[in-house]
Write a protein that binds this ligand. Structure first.
Ligand code: ADP
Ligand code: MG
Length: 553
């Protein structure tokens, strides 16, 4: 642009050059403004939900905002949680995903005395750790930063555009003297006129509109989505959503609220309170929605589950185990009971059936091979879940599937209520992964749990619920910041609109270059008109993108 302005000035057309530079700056200002909109929309979300950490203060577990975390506090880290501050392990064993810090994806084992880095993720064990330094970034702060740097993770179209941008610009610069030479020496045009046409050609053919076409659309669409609570971590994720053909949903915490209630407690040997206290002691170290139901029920009955449990490990898709005075204690589903060698007997089996028929998820509490209690928990489907799925179906998603680690009984009950026809139950995390791989691609996975993380990363598009575990949020490409499934269909329509706009913009930008470029060589376009066509085209494609800011997600 500067070269063309100077070129115009050199033949006494300084005003044309000035107009050119003015329009060029204007379109750059518009681009900056669009990007600022994105950032502000996302920052506003960040203020909505301050992140908290669990600490043990004077013997009680409590949640404190990250900025109130003090050095020396005892952090409680349940499986699936992110380490909120640098800390030293006091109790427990686990392995941690340190890939966010080191880039190394192999989990690292940690035992008492080991150092935990802020931002790493606790995978399966329960840990307590002493805070060494004030809190690092919250998960949401990290998400915001990821979205802000979303430009770095470009969509395929953008990458393509980038690859050609520089060679193309070079080609235009190289062609300009050739155009001049051809017009002057072959066409017999006076040097002045030939030079003027060459300058006009250079302006018209330069790829501004082509380059800005896609980012202007993607950034605006991401900002509109963020305002509606759908955080895309990259433009590639937005593009992926527009193509999705199947969607796999997790059940607990995704299609259902995840606020489970303990509804039944059956203790064959009596001693209900003791059994509930033991269950709560184990589950107090888990992040699972079932665990929260059980600990809440225990504290409502005034039980304080302070038992000296050791070596507590979460078994995703199965339950949780630990050691109490040298004996294995565990809480989980039938699969876990079988693994522990527990035999139910006819009475208990009938009791489990009875509970499952009523839509309960049954948790078996056991010590070694003995079953101590049956606990029935359940939660309700999210109020909007049925409508959200219907909207997706109408939007053109052909396969909707529920994939759950829960048993068929409660799974089918939820499926019936939200209107999913295809249900796969009793899945371990690796089964979920396999099930996702078998669906028609591109496939999106919606999930919240530790058990969903592998499927979320493997899917063409991982969609995380904000209330979910940190691992799930980390593995996802999109986060539903308000846990609102209804936003999915709207975001899908937005992504389609974005794709259409990108295609339109690119065709438009290339058409201008082809038509006005040719006309300028033929001397049909005065420089100011060429500039207006070119910069006007650039501003026009930016505005086509900004239009998407008005989109309601
Ligand atoms: P979903 O796919 O529905 O989110 P999960 O894979 O998280 O379910 O869990 C599958 C099953 O494993 C649960 O239905 C439950 O029976 C058992 N389970 C998992 N974690 C726990 C826990 N902390 N306590 C008891 N049972 C658990
Ligand atoms: Mg879940």
């Amino acid at each position: 642009m500067v070269l063309a302005a100077l070129g115009a000035a050199s033949i006494g057309q300084a005003l044309d050059g000035a107009i050119l530079l003015f329009l060029f700056s204007l379109s750059n200002t518009l681009q900056d403004w669009a990007m600022g909109r994105t950032r502000r929309a996302i920052e506003a979300l960040g203020r909505l939900s301050p992140q908290e950490a669990s600490v043990r203060r004077s013997g009680h577990e409590q949640r404190v905002p990250l900025n109130e975390l003090r050095v020396g506090d005892t952090l409680i880290l349940k499986p699936g949680e992110r380490v909120p501050a640098d800390a030293e392990v006091l109790l427990g064993r686990s392995s941690l995903d340190e890939s966010a810090i080191t880039g190394e994806s192999v989990p690292v084992d940690k035992a008492p005395g080991a150092h935990l880095a802020s931002g790493t993720v606790n995978l399966e064990g329960y840990l307590e750790a002493r805070v060494l330094r004030p809190a690092g970034e919250s998960t949401l702060a990290r998400l915001i930063r990821m979205v802000e740097s979303a430009q770095a993770a470009k969509s395929p179209v953008e990458t393509l555009a980038d690859r050609w941008e520089s060679p193309y610009a070079t080609a235009v610069l190289a062609a300009t003297p050739l155009v001049f030479a051809a017009l002057h020496y072959l066409g017999g045009l006076p040097a002045d006129a030939a030079w003027y046409r060459a300058m006009t050609f250079m302006v018209v053919a330069s790829p501004c509109a082509v380059v800005i076409s896609t980012p202007a659309v993607m950034l605006s669409a991401m900002a509109a989505a963020a305002r509606g609570g759908v955080l895309f971590k990259s433009a590639a994720a937005l593009e992926a959503l527009s193509r999705v053909r199947s969607v796999a949903f997790d059940k607990t915490g995704t299609l259902t609220t995840g606020r489970m209630e303990l509804l039944d407690l059956e203790v064959p040997g009596g001693h209900e309170e003791q059994a509930l206290a033991l269950a709560a002691a184990l589950e107090g170290r888990s992040e699972h929605p079932i665990a929260r139901a059980i600990t809440r029920a225990a504290s409502e009955r005034g039980l304080s589950p302070e038992l000296a449990l050791e070596d507590v490990q979460a078994l995703p898709g199965r339950g949780i185990t630990g050691l109490l005075a040298g004996e294995a204690v565990w809480a989980g589903n039938l699969r876990l009971a079988q693994e522990r060698g527990a035999v139910l007997g006819a009475d208990l089996e009938a009791a489990v059936k009875r509970l499952e028929v009523r839509g309960r998820t049954v948790v078996l509490l056991g010590q070694e091979r003995r079953i101590i209690a049956l606990l029935g928990v359940a939660d309700a489907p999210r109020p909007q879940a049925g409508a959200a799925l219907e909207a997706l179906r109408r939007a053109g998603v052909t396969r909707l599937v529920m994939l759950t680690g829960d048993r068929p009984g409660p799974a089918l009950e939820v499926a019936r209520q939200v209107g999913v026809q295809e249900v796969r139950a009793g899945l371990l995390p690796e089964d979920k992964l396999a099930a996702v791989r078998a669906l028609p691609r591109p496939v999106a996975v919606v999930g919240d749990g530790v058990n969903d993380a592998p499927a979320l990363s493997a899917a063409d598009l991982g969609i995380g619920m904000a209330q979910g575990t940190d691992v799930a949020l980390e593995s996802a490409d999109v986060v539903l910041a308000r846990n609102d499934l209804n936003k999915l269909a709207a975001a899908w329509r937005l992504s389609r609109a974005a794709r259409r706009t990108v295609i339109f913009n690119l065709s438009f930008a290339f058409a201008i270059i082809a038509v006005v470029g040719t006309l300028s060589v033929l001397g049909q376009v005065p420089l100011p008109l060429g500039v207006i066509a070119h910069e006007g085209g650039t501003v026009f494609v930016v505005f086509m993108g900004l239009r998407l800011l008005l989109y309601r997600v």
